[in-house]
Each structure stands twice: as C-alpha cells, then as structure tokens.
Design a protein around this ligand. Structure first.
Ligand SMILES: [Zn+2]
Length: 348
C-alpha cells in the first residue's frame, strides 16, 4: 500500500487531526526507506514505484525500466506468471506513474496511451482507478482497449453506469472498474471509493488466487497532489482517506492470518512541517516546496515476515523482501520473462 507523498509530517498531521486513532497506529513494525532514484536524490513517483516493482533504482520518469531503459519484470508480472491473482487499486488514473510501474514498461511516465496498452496486455486480474479515456478514446490510434479486454475475459464497468458498490464482480472473470474518465476527484469533492475498493480488492483477489494467493497494490494517489498544491487540510483529508483503506486491509489480514501488509510512501512531498500554534484537532501544516523532498519515508509492516521491515534500508529492498516472503528468491527453475507485446510496444 502506497501513500504517495505520505511522509512523517503528513502522518503526524493526520494523527493530530483525527479524534480516533489511525489504522496506521496499529502497526508494531516500522522502518524507514531511502527513496532516492538513480538520477536524483529527490525521486519522482515513477522511479519510486519502479524500485518497489522491480527492485532497481532507475531515472526519474521511468516506468518499469532499468536506468539503461531495459524493461524489468515487475513483482506483479511475476506473480501473474506464477498463477497468483494480481490487482491495482488507485485514486489517480490507472495509467499514472505508481500503478503503471507495476504493469507497464515505458521510457516516460507521460506516455499514458502506451501505458494503457501495456496494462491491457498485462493480464492483471483487477484494475480500479480513473483514466478510461486512455483505453477507449485514444489520440494515437483508434483501438478500443476495453473492447479488446472484454474479448479476453474481463468484466469492464465504469462510473457512468453506477458506483463501484453497485457492481458485483464475477470471480471467474478479471475485473476493471473506471472511477473517472481522467483523474478521479479529490476526496473533499466527494471521492469516496478507496476503502470500499480495498475491501473488494482483497476479497475478490483472495477468491481469484485460490490456493496460490495474490499480490495487490493500493495507492492513496492524491496525498501527493495536495502536497504539491500546498493544501494542508486536503493533504490531511487524503491521508485519512488512505488510512481507512489501510484499516480495511488490516482487518482482512487479521481474518486470514497469512497476509503480509506493507504500507509505505514513494517519497515525501511538500516538505511539510507542523508549525507553532498547532493544536490537537487544529494543526497548522506548512510547506517548504511545491515539489518532492529527499526525507526518508516510513514503512509499516504487519503479518508473516513483518519483522524484516524494521530498520533503515533502500526502497529497492522492499521488492526483495516481498519476493523473499513469497518464497521466490530460492526458486531455481523459474523461466519467467516479459511478454512479447510489452517489449514490442516499448521499441515502437
Ligand atoms: Zn508528486
């Protein structure tokens, strides 16, 4: 679970703004990770997510590529190839940098339509987020990726035909739900699906993954955008919204007993601090920048393997720790590779 731009100050501001304890306060194992990229001490979300997805430091803007622009097999793609169920649930468009880095391979994060092609071909079981227009009303070609996905066994739904909680996904089919044509609304303008989508996502993938399990990425995407806009109150609201989603996933993990939950940020943004005069219930967050910062960001872990997430380590170590606890790093006979479609798109 990734709170985009959710550093310690965002957490602090949310804790002191909430009348009740946050779900994040329930974690007993907490560490810090170094978020820098190969090109800059201050990472962007593309390089940050590629570090989690592939275990490599790459240049800012790279989607699922090494710093030499070679596609890397992401942990989501590996999970898919090994027969696990996989999913991406976000509050940005689904082709935005963080989700894209797990299921696409492109030289620049702004290649949204190519990212949509990669995602449509990725075989991911569950997609929930905005960005429908990059799939069905494209500028670069006339392809209707949603029709193509439907033909390959996806149930495709969107907010035009009702809210997410009015749709019943079929566990025998992959499921795509678009929450917006482009970017979903900020939480203070009525967006409210993340917690529900997180519960739906865990339960749906639990069924789809059968005895093999699942890998799910959930992002609170817009904490970062509130930080960029230096809107402290909104950053707090977005953090609390993400925390409700964390609460749903923790509840699932407690019920099941065999789920490793990792919550972190790709980087801090805004350089937020709680200013003098802040009070419980009325904090005064201020910002030092409109961009990202290089502060270490917290990692919270719960479940089997959680202890390995204490300490200070590279963001890329999150990838290797996840792979380790899936039991894949000792697997000798794996012949996993990127699918051809993905590599072809990149070379076009
Ligand atoms: Zn940002």
């Amino acid at each position: 679970m990734i709170g985009d731009g959710m550093g310690l100050s965002q957490l602090s501001a949310a804790i002191y703004s909430s009348p009740t304890p946050l779900a994040l306060e329930e974690f007993k194992v907490i560490g810090f990770q170094k978020s820098y990229s190969s090109s800059d001490l201050i990472t962007d979300s593309a390089a940050g997510a590629t570090a989690f997805a592939c275990g490599v430091k790459t240049y800012n803007g790279a989607i699922g590529l090494t710093q030499d622009t070679l596609p890397c097999l992401s942990i989501l793609e590996e999970a898919e190839q090994r027969g696990l169920a996989t999913g991406l649930v976000v509050t940005s468009s689904i082709v935005h940098a963080t989700p894209a880095s797990f299921a696409a391979h492109q030289k620049m994060r702004i290649f949204y339509e190519r990212i949509a092609e990669d995602m449509a071909a990725s075989g991911v079981d569950l997609l929930i987020g905005g960005g429908k227009r990059y799939f069905d009303r494209r500028n670069e070609d006339d392809r209707d990726l949603l029709a193509e996905m439907q033909a390959r066994g996806y149930l495709v739904r969107d907010y035009f035909n009702g809210d997410l909680d009015q749709v019943k996904p079929d566990p025998n089919l992959n499921f795509v739900f678009f929450t917006a044509d482009n970017q979903p609304l900020p939480v203070n303008q009525g967006r409210s699906y993340l917690a529900y989508a997180s519960r739906l996502g865990t339960e749906f993938l639990d069924l789809r993954g059968k005895d093999k399990g699942f890998f799910l990425v959930i992002e609170g995407s817009q904490i970062d955008w509130a930080n960029h806009a230096n809107e402290g109150k909104l950053a707090i609201q977005e953090t609390l919204d993400f925390d409700r989603s964390v609460g749903e996933v923790l509840a699932f993990a407690r019920r099941r007993g065999n789920t490793l939950v990792i919550v972190t940020a790709d980087h801090e943004s805004g350089g937020m601090a709680l200013e003098q005069g802040s009070k419980q219930g009325r904090v005064k967050p201020e910002f030092t920048t409109n961009g990202h910062t290089g502060s270490l960001v917290p990692v919270y872990a719960y479940g089997p393997g959680a202890d390995a997430f204490a300490g200070i380590y590279e963001n890329t170590a999150i990838y290797s720790k996840m792979r380790h606890f899936f039991g894949w790093d000792t697997d000798q006979n794996s012949a996993l590779q990127l699918n051809k479609t993905t590599t072809q798109t990149l070379n076009n």
